[in-house]
Design a protein around this ligand. Structure first.
Ligand SMILES: Nc1nc2c(ncn2[C@@H]2O[C@H](COP(=O)(O)OP(=O)(O)OP(=O)(O)O)[C@@H](O)[C@H]2O)c(=O)[nH]1
Ligand SMILES: [Mg+2]
Length: 513
């Protein structure tokens, strides 16, 4: 039976068997073809194995930490990620930002009304020294009194209800809606303190004070206003803030929801009834002169919406993408934001973004997040080269960013972590330079360089690069982007590059494990 074939062998085997009268030459050709077919089949198997492996590794979430001083644009960057890669969550959350936009608008109005009231009563004014943008402000000689009329008195009276609206919104939105105006922390990077027994104690205390808590972040602040009209039930991932109890700031209807909805409607109603007066106030020449004399530049401050009052102060106002990106609500503690990308190269991949509070007193809570993070986006706003920190008026904002950047680069735990620098608020920098503000007046080392955007960004970029080179424990590539993260289109392009670079690093790290 050695040569013979059993007649009950299956037809396929018989069909594939070499013909009994095969010549040597034919056999060689057949065997070569079979070897080639096997090679191709093995290659396909290997490809499938690799793809499976890749999928397995991709399933591990990509962890991204957003760092930078307060008002640097961390939350605005997070919103851009959401807008670009998680559109469903974005559209669910968008409506909830309406209350914040209302608060921002009402604050603009009340701030102006307060300045108007004290200028009308000739009260002495001590200007906010957070900006040194004083070169084009009034000459030292006494200026003639402004010619206020009944119109200004009436505007003040008719806009008075907005003071109550502000208080209602602040109490609803909680602590996050209030900016921090002082701190006892006087270092740029409190996570970096030497570990003496006292500092360990104070660090632990700091961590307790600022531990992640679902009840104090912007997400939970928004939850109170979240409108659930369109909220589908959410299986699987939820975005939410981490809490020690494992709670989530995700989409939950709280008991007060109905009353919240009606309060928000009433607020919209009150604001809408003031629409014409808000416009009159903002467009009034005497009011503008009052603000100029008092060195108030609302248009450069976060949450500037009064110029859009015509559109926003309406009962049926719905937040737009751009408004949400520009809305200002401070981040407290550390907010974890999870989502599965529905777009881009990493479609289907889970990302976890950590958005932190950036004031000096919040930075003590950052350290635990340095472990096991794939990448950091460090935001350094370069427009406030002539401004002071809100929480410590002695400290120049740019100087604070340099110190913070140095500590992050020098941190041993981050020695092998990819850090991507966003030199942010380039739009505001350009506006400042166009107004004739000279960098060298606040940054002497800038010297006689040209006072234009290109020269300035190159100069700042070089400075950050040197700090990284001189302080990183292990040499690391310097990734930098010039950004204005309120510009959603250009930011989407930047995030595309960032996504790719982080993913590459994520896969490389997974390979090492
Ligand atoms: N014009 C302009 N405004 C920006 C830019 N980036 C951020 N903003 C605005 O600046 C304000 C502060 O930005 P946030 O993203 O809230 O700052 P943050 O870093 O999260 O601040 P904290 O939560 O306090 O740490 C918001 O109103 C933003 O819309 C920018 O590039 N240009
Ligand atoms: Mg924030």
């Amino acid at each position: 039976m050695a040569q013979g074939r059993s007649t009950d062998e299956d037809p396929l085997t018989l069909a594939m068997a070499p013909p009994p009268d095969e010549t040597l030459e034919q056999r060689l050709v057949r065997e070569a073809a079979e070897a080639e077919a096997k090679r191709i089949s093995d290659e396909i198997d290997e490809q499938i194995r690799k793809e499976r492996e890749q999928l397995r590794r991709q399933r591990k979430p990509v962890k991204l930490l957003l760092l930078g001083q307060s008002e640097s644009g961390k939350t605005a960057t997070l919103k851009n990620f959401q807008l670009t890669y998680a559109r469903r969550e974005w559209s669910e959350e968008k409506a909830a930002w309406r209350a914040v936009i209302f608060l921002n608008l009402v604050r603009n109005v009340n701030e102006i009304v307060n300045h108007l009231a004290s200028e009308m009563s000739d009260l002495p004014y001590h200007p906010d020294d957070s900006s040194e943008d004083l070169q084009i402000i009034r000459a030292p000689r006494a200026l003639p009194r402004l010619k206020f009329t009944d119109k200004h008195r009436e505007l003040r009276t008719r806009l008075a209800p907005l003071a109550t609206v502000q208080l209602t919104l602040e109490s609803r939105l909680g602590t996050a809606s209030l900016e921090l105006h002082s701190t006892s922390v006087n270092t740029a990077a409190p996570f970096d303190a030497p570990s003496s027994p006292t500092s360990t104690y104070s660090r632990r205390r700091g961590l307790q004070e600022f531990s992640i808590n679902s009840s104090n972040g912007w997400k939970s602040a928004l939850d109170k206003f979240r409108t659930l009209r369109n909220t589908p039930s959410r299986a699987g991932l939820e975005n939410g803030s981490v809490s020690e109890e494992g709670g989530s700031g995700g989409l939950k209807r709280d008991k007060g929801q109905d009353s919240t909805d009606s309060t928000e409607d009433e607020i919209a109603e009150t604001i809408a009834s003031c629409r014409e007066d808000i416009k009159l106030l903002w467009e009034d020449d005497i009011v503008q002169e009052t603000l100029a004399r008092r060195k108030v530049r609302l248009e450069n401050a976060p949450g500037f919406f009064i110029a859009d009052a015509e559109r926003i102060a309406r009962r049926d106002y719905q937040s737009t993408d751009d408004d949400v990106i520009r809305a200002r609500l401070r981040t407290l503690g550390v907010q974890e934001y999870r989502f599965i990308f529905d777009h881009g190269r990493t479609m289907g991949q889970e990302w976890r973004l950590y958005d932190v509070g950036g004031t000096r007193s919040s930075r003590g809570a950052w350290y635990p997040y340095f472990d096991d993070v794939d990448a950091i986006i460090f935001l350094a706003p370069i427009s406030p080269f002539d401004e002071k920190l809100a929480e410590d008026r002695r400290v120049n904002r740019l100087e604070d960013s340099y110190l913070l950047w140095r500590s992050v680069c020098a941190c041993k735990l981050l020695a092998r972590t990819q850090i991507i620098l966003f030199l942010n608020k380039c739009d505001l920098l350009q506006a400042k330079l166009q107004r004739g503000i000279r960098i060298r007046d606040s940054v002497p080392s800038f010297g006689d360089r040209k006072n234009d955007l290109g020269t300035a960004t190159r100069y700042f970029q070089q400075h950050f690069k040197e700090i990284s080179r001189n302080n990183s424990p292990v040499q690391r590539p310097f990734y930098v982007h010039l950004t204005s993260v309120i510009d959603t289109r250009s930011t989407a392009v930047t995030l595309g590059a960032v996504e790719e670079s982080i993913l590459r690093e994520h896969l490389r790290r997974a390979d090492l494990m």
